[in-house]
Design a protein around this ligand. Structure first.
Ligand SMILES: [Zn+2]
Length: 355
Protein backbone atom coordinates (compact mmCIF):
# COMPACT_ATOMS: atom_id res chain seq x y z
CA UNK A 1 0.00 0.00 0.00
CA UNK A 2 2.91 2.35 0.84
CA UNK A 3 4.33 1.73 -2.61
CA UNK A 4 1.25 3.31 -4.05
CA UNK A 5 1.93 6.53 -2.09
CA UNK A 6 5.69 6.81 -2.67
CA UNK A 7 6.54 9.23 -5.45
CA UNK A 8 3.04 10.72 -5.48
CA UNK A 9 1.15 13.55 -3.80
CA UNK A 10 -2.11 12.70 -2.05
CA UNK A 11 -4.89 15.27 -2.52
CA UNK A 12 -8.45 15.02 -1.21
CA UNK A 13 -9.45 13.84 -4.70
CA UNK A 14 -6.76 11.17 -4.83
CA UNK A 15 -3.15 10.72 -5.88
CA UNK A 16 -1.55 13.08 -8.39
CA UNK A 17 1.85 13.42 -9.97
CA UNK A 18 4.09 15.91 -8.11
CA UNK A 19 4.46 17.82 -11.39
CA UNK A 20 0.81 18.81 -11.16
CA UNK A 21 1.34 20.81 -7.97
CA UNK A 22 2.66 24.06 -9.47
CA UNK A 23 2.49 27.17 -7.31
CA UNK A 24 1.60 25.86 -3.85
CA UNK A 25 0.60 27.37 -0.52
CA UNK A 26 1.95 24.89 2.07
CA UNK A 27 0.16 26.18 5.17
CA UNK A 28 -3.42 27.47 4.97
CA UNK A 29 -6.87 26.95 6.46
CA UNK A 30 -9.98 27.05 4.29
CA UNK A 31 -12.48 26.21 7.02
CA UNK A 32 -11.61 26.09 10.71
CA UNK A 33 -12.69 26.73 14.25
CA UNK A 34 -9.87 28.46 16.10
CA UNK A 35 -12.08 29.81 18.89
CA UNK A 36 -9.83 27.93 21.31
CA UNK A 37 -7.48 30.89 20.85
CA UNK A 38 -10.13 33.46 21.80
CA UNK A 39 -9.20 35.62 24.76
CA UNK A 40 -10.76 38.55 26.53
CA UNK A 41 -7.84 40.72 27.57
CA UNK A 42 -9.77 43.52 29.23
CA UNK A 43 -12.45 43.57 31.84
CA UNK A 44 -14.36 46.45 30.24
CA UNK A 45 -17.85 46.31 28.79
CA UNK A 46 -16.46 47.75 25.55
CA UNK A 47 -14.03 44.83 25.22
CA UNK A 48 -16.86 42.39 25.89
CA UNK A 49 -19.05 43.97 23.23
CA UNK A 50 -16.23 43.89 20.67
CA UNK A 51 -15.49 40.29 21.62
CA UNK A 52 -18.94 39.06 20.64
CA UNK A 53 -19.70 41.21 17.56
CA UNK A 54 -20.01 39.32 14.29
CA UNK A 55 -17.10 40.37 12.06
CA UNK A 56 -17.95 43.16 9.62
CA UNK A 57 -15.90 45.27 7.27
CA UNK A 58 -16.03 48.32 9.52
CA UNK A 59 -14.12 46.36 12.18
CA UNK A 60 -11.15 45.68 9.86
CA UNK A 61 -8.92 48.33 11.43
CA UNK A 62 -9.63 47.22 15.00
CA UNK A 63 -9.27 43.54 14.16
CA UNK A 64 -5.87 44.10 12.63
CA UNK A 65 -4.45 44.57 16.12
CA UNK A 66 -6.93 42.50 18.13
CA UNK A 67 -6.86 39.25 16.21
CA UNK A 68 -7.69 37.00 19.15
CA UNK A 69 -10.13 39.29 20.94
CA UNK A 70 -13.17 38.66 18.77
CA UNK A 71 -14.69 35.20 18.76
CA UNK A 72 -16.24 35.31 15.31
CA UNK A 73 -12.90 36.34 13.78
CA UNK A 74 -11.53 32.92 14.75
CA UNK A 75 -14.10 30.97 12.71
CA UNK A 76 -13.75 30.29 8.99
CA UNK A 77 -17.24 28.88 8.71
CA UNK A 78 -18.59 29.87 5.29
CA UNK A 79 -17.86 27.32 2.57
CA UNK A 80 -19.12 29.47 -0.30
CA UNK A 81 -16.95 32.34 0.86
CA UNK A 82 -13.97 29.98 1.17
CA UNK A 83 -14.45 28.94 -2.47
CA UNK A 84 -14.62 32.54 -3.63
CA UNK A 85 -11.63 33.61 -1.56
CA UNK A 86 -9.31 30.75 -2.52
CA UNK A 87 -10.36 31.00 -6.19
CA UNK A 88 -8.57 34.34 -6.25
CA UNK A 89 -5.34 32.40 -5.60
CA UNK A 90 -6.10 30.29 -8.65
CA UNK A 91 -6.73 33.38 -10.78
CA UNK A 92 -3.31 34.63 -9.70
CA UNK A 93 -1.67 31.44 -11.02
CA UNK A 94 -1.96 29.23 -7.95
CA UNK A 95 -2.50 25.50 -8.38
CA UNK A 96 -2.37 23.83 -4.97
CA UNK A 97 -3.28 24.54 -1.35
CA UNK A 98 -2.36 22.59 1.77
CA UNK A 99 -5.14 22.86 4.36
CA UNK A 100 -3.47 21.95 7.65
CA UNK A 101 -6.73 22.08 9.62
CA UNK A 102 -6.55 18.87 11.61
CA UNK A 103 -8.22 17.32 14.67
CA UNK A 104 -9.08 19.85 17.33
CA UNK A 105 -9.75 22.75 14.96
CA UNK A 106 -12.33 21.17 12.66
CA UNK A 107 -10.79 19.02 9.90
CA UNK A 108 -13.56 18.82 7.24
CA UNK A 109 -12.75 16.25 4.53
CA UNK A 110 -16.06 16.43 2.66
CA UNK A 111 -16.01 20.22 2.48
CA UNK A 112 -12.45 20.13 1.13
CA UNK A 113 -13.59 17.78 -1.63
CA UNK A 114 -16.39 20.19 -2.55
CA UNK A 115 -13.95 23.13 -2.55
CA UNK A 116 -11.51 21.17 -4.72
CA UNK A 117 -14.30 20.39 -7.21
CA UNK A 118 -15.59 23.97 -7.22
CA UNK A 119 -12.18 25.60 -7.71
CA UNK A 120 -10.13 23.06 -9.65
CA UNK A 121 -7.31 23.53 -7.13
CA UNK A 122 -5.36 20.58 -5.74
CA UNK A 123 -6.15 20.46 -2.04
CA UNK A 124 -4.00 18.50 0.36
CA UNK A 125 -5.47 17.80 3.78
CA UNK A 126 -3.63 17.70 7.10
CA UNK A 127 -4.11 15.12 9.85
CA UNK A 128 -3.08 14.44 13.42
CA UNK A 129 -3.85 16.46 16.51
CA UNK A 130 -3.64 20.21 17.04
CA UNK A 131 -2.72 21.57 20.49
CA UNK A 132 -3.68 19.89 23.77
CA UNK A 133 -5.95 22.81 24.67
CA UNK A 134 -7.94 22.70 21.40
CA UNK A 135 -11.10 20.76 20.54
CA UNK A 136 -9.22 17.44 20.75
CA UNK A 137 -8.09 18.01 24.36
CA UNK A 138 -9.94 15.11 25.97
CA UNK A 139 -9.23 12.66 23.15
CA UNK A 140 -5.55 13.50 23.10
CA UNK A 141 -5.28 13.14 26.86
CA UNK A 142 -6.96 9.73 26.85
CA UNK A 143 -5.12 8.14 23.92
CA UNK A 144 -1.82 6.33 24.02
CA UNK A 145 1.03 7.10 21.65
CA UNK A 146 0.23 3.91 19.74
CA UNK A 147 -3.43 4.87 19.37
CA UNK A 148 -2.52 8.32 18.05
CA UNK A 149 -0.08 6.69 15.64
CA UNK A 150 -2.88 4.39 14.42
CA UNK A 151 -5.29 7.33 14.00
CA UNK A 152 -2.83 9.21 11.79
CA UNK A 153 -1.92 6.12 9.81
CA UNK A 154 -5.58 5.38 9.14
CA UNK A 155 -6.30 8.93 7.99
CA UNK A 156 -3.51 8.68 5.40
CA UNK A 157 -4.12 5.11 4.26
CA UNK A 158 -7.90 4.75 4.58
CA UNK A 159 -9.29 8.23 5.26
CA UNK A 160 -12.86 9.37 5.83
CA UNK A 161 -15.15 7.85 3.20
CA UNK A 162 -12.02 7.45 1.07
CA UNK A 163 -10.90 11.08 1.51
CA UNK A 164 -7.30 10.75 2.65
CA UNK A 165 -4.86 13.12 4.30
CA UNK A 166 -1.70 14.04 2.38
CA UNK A 167 0.40 15.57 5.15
CA UNK A 168 0.74 15.08 8.92
CA UNK A 169 0.02 18.26 10.88
CA UNK A 170 -0.08 20.92 11.84
CA UNK A 171 0.83 19.02 14.98
CA UNK A 172 0.27 21.33 17.94
CA UNK A 173 3.15 21.55 20.37
CA UNK A 174 2.90 25.05 21.80
CA UNK A 175 2.69 24.38 25.54
CA UNK A 176 5.67 25.63 27.54
CA UNK A 177 7.26 23.82 29.21
CA UNK A 178 6.22 21.30 26.59
CA UNK A 179 3.56 19.06 28.13
CA UNK A 180 3.75 15.24 28.09
CA UNK A 181 0.49 15.13 26.13
CA UNK A 182 1.98 17.14 23.26
CA UNK A 183 5.24 15.16 23.43
CA UNK A 184 3.16 11.99 23.00
CA UNK A 185 1.42 13.53 19.99
CA UNK A 186 4.75 14.59 18.43
CA UNK A 187 6.27 11.14 18.91
CA UNK A 188 3.26 9.42 17.34
CA UNK A 189 3.41 11.86 14.41
CA UNK A 190 7.12 11.18 13.92
CA UNK A 191 6.50 7.43 13.80
CA UNK A 192 3.58 7.90 11.40
CA UNK A 193 5.83 9.99 9.18
CA UNK A 194 8.32 7.11 8.92
CA UNK A 195 5.59 4.53 8.42
CA UNK A 196 3.90 6.42 5.58
CA UNK A 197 6.59 8.60 3.99
CA UNK A 198 4.41 11.69 4.51
CA UNK A 199 5.66 15.18 5.29
CA UNK A 200 5.24 16.36 8.89
CA UNK A 201 4.38 19.99 9.66
CA UNK A 202 4.64 21.51 13.15
CA UNK A 203 2.89 24.29 15.05
CA UNK A 204 5.58 25.16 17.65
CA UNK A 205 5.44 27.16 20.87
CA UNK A 206 6.06 30.87 20.80
CA UNK A 207 9.41 30.84 22.58
CA UNK A 208 12.54 30.81 20.48
CA UNK A 209 13.69 27.62 22.25
CA UNK A 210 10.57 25.70 21.29
CA UNK A 211 11.37 24.56 17.72
CA UNK A 212 14.76 23.07 18.59
CA UNK A 213 13.30 21.18 21.52
CA UNK A 214 10.56 19.81 19.26
CA UNK A 215 13.08 18.80 16.59
CA UNK A 216 15.03 16.86 19.22
CA UNK A 217 11.91 14.99 20.30
CA UNK A 218 11.02 14.18 16.69
CA UNK A 219 14.56 13.04 15.99
CA UNK A 220 14.55 10.71 19.00
CA UNK A 221 11.22 9.24 17.89
CA UNK A 222 12.77 8.42 14.52
CA UNK A 223 11.46 11.23 12.31
CA UNK A 224 13.18 12.12 9.06
CA UNK A 225 14.00 15.77 9.87
CA UNK A 226 14.61 16.52 6.20
CA UNK A 227 10.86 15.97 5.76
CA UNK A 228 9.76 18.04 8.76
CA UNK A 229 8.38 21.54 8.25
CA UNK A 230 8.85 23.89 11.19
CA UNK A 231 5.93 26.29 10.87
CA UNK A 232 5.42 29.86 12.05
CA UNK A 233 9.13 30.70 11.94
CA UNK A 234 8.18 34.37 11.63
CA UNK A 235 6.27 34.45 14.92
CA UNK A 236 8.72 32.24 16.78
CA UNK A 237 12.33 32.99 15.83
CA UNK A 238 13.34 36.60 16.24
CA UNK A 239 17.00 36.25 15.56
CA UNK A 240 18.71 35.16 12.39
CA UNK A 241 21.03 32.98 14.47
CA UNK A 242 18.19 30.86 15.79
CA UNK A 243 16.84 30.41 12.26
CA UNK A 244 20.25 29.11 11.19
CA UNK A 245 20.36 26.75 14.19
CA UNK A 246 17.05 25.29 13.05
CA UNK A 247 18.13 25.09 9.41
CA UNK A 248 21.21 23.10 10.43
CA UNK A 249 18.96 20.22 11.49
CA UNK A 250 17.85 19.88 7.85
CA UNK A 251 14.19 20.77 8.46
CA UNK A 252 12.15 23.16 6.34
CA UNK A 253 11.75 26.69 7.68
CA UNK A 254 8.27 27.88 6.89
CA UNK A 255 7.61 31.63 6.88
CA UNK A 256 3.87 31.10 6.85
CA UNK A 257 2.56 34.32 8.34
CA UNK A 258 3.04 36.49 5.24
CA UNK A 259 0.61 39.45 5.32
CA UNK A 260 0.21 39.11 9.09
CA UNK A 261 1.69 42.33 10.37
CA UNK A 262 -0.44 42.93 13.44
CA UNK A 263 0.44 39.85 15.43
CA UNK A 264 0.54 41.13 19.00
CA UNK A 265 -1.20 38.50 21.12
CA UNK A 266 -1.10 40.12 24.53
CA UNK A 267 -0.91 36.94 26.54
CA UNK A 268 2.44 36.00 25.01
CA UNK A 269 3.95 39.46 25.25
CA UNK A 270 5.46 39.02 21.80
CA UNK A 271 5.97 42.17 19.78
CA UNK A 272 8.80 41.41 17.39
CA UNK A 273 6.91 39.78 14.55
CA UNK A 274 8.52 40.97 11.31
CA UNK A 275 6.61 42.62 8.49
CA UNK A 276 6.69 41.18 4.97
CA UNK A 277 9.77 43.15 3.91
CA UNK A 278 11.71 41.82 6.90
CA UNK A 279 10.52 38.28 6.12
CA UNK A 280 11.88 38.54 2.59
CA UNK A 281 15.17 39.89 3.97
CA UNK A 282 15.51 36.93 6.36
CA UNK A 283 14.85 34.56 3.46
CA UNK A 284 17.53 36.24 1.33
CA UNK A 285 20.03 35.88 4.19
CA UNK A 286 19.15 32.20 4.64
CA UNK A 287 19.64 31.61 0.92
CA UNK A 288 23.07 33.27 1.18
CA UNK A 289 23.93 30.73 3.87
CA UNK A 290 22.96 27.86 1.57
CA UNK A 291 19.45 27.03 2.82
CA UNK A 292 17.38 27.79 -0.31
CA UNK A 293 16.03 24.26 -0.53
CA UNK A 294 14.59 24.48 3.01
CA UNK A 295 12.46 27.64 2.65
CA UNK A 296 8.67 27.59 2.37
CA UNK A 297 6.24 30.53 2.34
CA UNK A 298 2.50 30.77 2.98
CA UNK A 299 -0.03 33.02 4.70
CA UNK A 300 -1.65 30.74 7.35
CA UNK A 301 -4.99 32.45 6.73
CA UNK A 302 -6.92 31.40 9.82
CA UNK A 303 -9.11 34.39 10.61
CA UNK A 304 -11.96 36.22 8.95
CA UNK A 305 -10.08 39.53 9.12
CA UNK A 306 -7.47 38.13 6.75
CA UNK A 307 -10.02 37.35 4.01
CA UNK A 308 -10.65 39.87 1.25
CA UNK A 309 -14.34 40.02 2.16
CA UNK A 310 -13.39 41.52 5.53
CA UNK A 311 -10.61 43.84 4.39
CA UNK A 312 -7.68 41.41 4.34
CA UNK A 313 -5.29 40.48 1.51
CA UNK A 314 -6.62 36.90 1.22
CA UNK A 315 -5.06 33.73 -0.16
CA UNK A 316 -3.57 35.35 -3.27
CA UNK A 317 -1.13 37.52 -1.32
CA UNK A 318 1.95 35.45 -2.23
CA UNK A 319 1.54 35.60 -6.04
CA UNK A 320 -0.05 39.06 -6.07
CA UNK A 321 2.35 40.84 -3.73
CA UNK A 322 5.17 38.78 -2.24
CA UNK A 323 6.58 37.34 -5.48
CA UNK A 324 6.73 40.81 -7.11
CA UNK A 325 8.57 42.10 -4.00
CA UNK A 326 11.02 39.22 -4.25
CA UNK A 327 11.66 40.14 -7.89
CA UNK A 328 12.10 43.79 -6.91
CA UNK A 329 14.69 42.71 -4.35
CA UNK A 330 16.63 41.02 -7.14
CA UNK A 331 15.78 37.41 -6.38
CA UNK A 332 16.13 35.39 -9.61
CA UNK A 333 13.01 33.67 -11.06
CA UNK A 334 14.65 30.33 -10.52
CA UNK A 335 15.09 31.00 -6.80
CA UNK A 336 11.49 32.18 -6.44
CA UNK A 337 10.36 29.05 -8.30
CA UNK A 338 12.36 26.87 -5.91
CA UNK A 339 10.64 28.43 -2.89
CA UNK A 340 7.09 28.46 -4.24
CA UNK A 341 7.01 25.36 -6.49
CA UNK A 342 9.98 23.02 -6.07
CA UNK A 343 10.28 23.00 -2.28
CA UNK A 344 6.57 22.30 -1.68
CA UNK A 345 6.70 19.63 -4.38
CA UNK A 346 9.70 17.90 -2.82
CA UNK A 347 8.26 17.78 0.67
CA UNK A 348 4.68 16.89 -0.32
CA UNK A 349 5.79 13.94 -2.47
CA UNK A 350 5.56 10.81 -0.36
CA UNK A 351 8.90 9.18 0.39
CA UNK A 352 9.20 5.39 0.53
CA UNK A 353 7.84 4.20 3.86
CA UNK A 354 10.23 2.67 6.36
CA UNK A 355 9.02 0.84 9.40
ZN1 LIG B 1 -0.40 26.93 13.51
Amino acid sequence: MEKRLAGNVQTVLGLISPDELGLTLPHEHLLLDLTVRFQLTEESVTARVMAEKPVSLDMAGWLRFHLFENRDNLMLDDEELAIKEVFRFKLAGGRSVVDVTNWGIGQDPHALVRIAHATGLNIIMGTGYYTMDSGCAEVLKAKSEDEIFDDILRDIMVGTDGIRAGIIGEIGADSWPLHDIEIKSLRAAARAQRATGAALTIHPGRLEESPLQILQILDKAGADLSRVIMGHIDRTAYSFESMVEMAKTGCYLEFDCFSLEGYYPRRYGVFDTPNDAARVNYIIRLIDQGYLNQILISTDTAMKARLMAYGGPGYAHIPENVIPWMRAKGMPEEVINTITVENPKRVLTFAPASA
